[in-house]
Write a protein that binds this ligand. Structure first.
Ligand SMILES: C[S@@+](CC[C@H](N)C(=O)[O-])C[C@H]1O[C@@H](n2cnc3c(N)ncnc32)[C@H](O)[C@@H]1O
Length: 299
């Protein structure tokens, strides 16, 4: 779902083949009504997240990352992709809400082999609570840390995350922004195979940067799943986040900015480390907090 093309994140990164007509005599695909299945298809690219985290970690520390914590994990899609990616990788997923965790166990973990499943642990708890063990990487995706409205809350989360990292450790955050998000009552719709994904911006307050969004789905048979997901967020900026990472003790932070597809003007899904960027009406970027002063290659 990325605001570049329609909504937060993944649409720019998601390259789906155009749906093909069903062959003659083929049974129609059942209508998908499960909000988590629809969400995963519309906004998540867990393999992309794993590839990105792996690349940045290797560049920083010249070795593979093996232990990942997925904060705000929801259905733990990144944990499962992590466990699939190498037989020596382990993942811990943390979320407050038992519902997506149950869904994760029944669907995403169930689709793993027993060996892979044995390397994934799901924890129902607040990301601000301590948990064990220390890990190489903490990934907090799809803007989930926007849930923290106050500076002291976000700084405390970053400090807690830092404490859970090994000395050579990274906190990988994604952010969205740009003036296209500073609008009230604005909707964008994407048609995906068999359903429509609708991103609705209800309200943006320029004084507090508090904003409310919803995700709706229009199902293949025309029925709606309205407000399948609702968000009440603060739209944090990149400089604010980098300053808070530094205040929380991170040695450095880096920004990875998405390239632009020359033909479409949309994000091309390729993120490069940047110190400056051109003005952009709607962007998605990664900010990576580096715990220790061990340096990665210069820009
Ligand atoms: C936007 S969803 C993100 C799900 C998933 N990470 C993704 O990439 O799509 C945010 C998730 O964060 C969880 N959450 C919100 N506040 C939390 C907290 N303080 N501790 C743990 N989980 C939290 C919610 O239950 C929800 O599942």
């Amino acid at each position: 779902m990325t605001p570049r093309s329609s909504t937060p994140r993944a649409s720019a990164k998601r390259k789906r083949a155009a749906p093909r007509p069903a062959p003659r005599g083929a049974r129609a695909r059942p209508i998908e009504t499960d909000k988590y299945a629809l969400y995963q298809r519309a906004v998540q690219l867990p393999e992309h997240e794993v590839a990105f985290c792996s690349r940045v970690f290797r560049r920083c520390f010249d070795r593979p990352a093996l232990r990942l914590r997925e904060d705000f994990c929801g259905t733990a899609a990144v944990c499962c992709a992590w466990a699939r990616s190498r037989p020596d990788r382990r993942a811990w997923g943390v979320d407050l809400d038992p519902e997506p965790l149950r869904w994760a166990r029944e669907h995403n973990l169930a689709a793993l082999t027993p060996a892979q499943r044995g390397r994934v642990v799901l924890l129902q708890q607040d990301v601000c609570q301590p948990s064990r063990p220390r890990v190489d990487l903490i990934a907090a995706q799809n803007f989930s840390f926007f849930t923290f409205q106050r500076r002291d809350q976000l700084r405390a989360y970053f400090a807690r995350a830092r404490a859970q990292l090994d000395r050579e450790g990274l906190l990988v955050l994604d952010l969205m922004g740009g003036p296209q998000l500073w609008r009230d009552e604005h909707r964008e719709t994407r048609r995906l195979g068999g359903f429509h994904y609708v991103w609705e911006q209800h309200r943006f307050d320029p004084i507090t940067h508090r904003c409310q969004f919803s995700i709706h789905f229009r199902l293949g048979d025309g029925r709606w799943l309205r407000h399948a997901f609702r968000y009440d967020w603060r739209l944090w900026t990149i400089p604010e986040v980098r300053e808070l990472l530094a205040e929380a003790g991170f040695a450095r932070s880096e920004v990875y900015w998405e390239g632009t597809d020359g033909a479409t003007g949309q994000g091309n899904g390729r993120y490069r480390r940047c110190a400056q960027a051109a003005s952009d009406p709607a962007w998605v970027a990664y900010v990576v907090g580096i715990k220790s002063s061990a340096s990665s290659r210069p820009l």
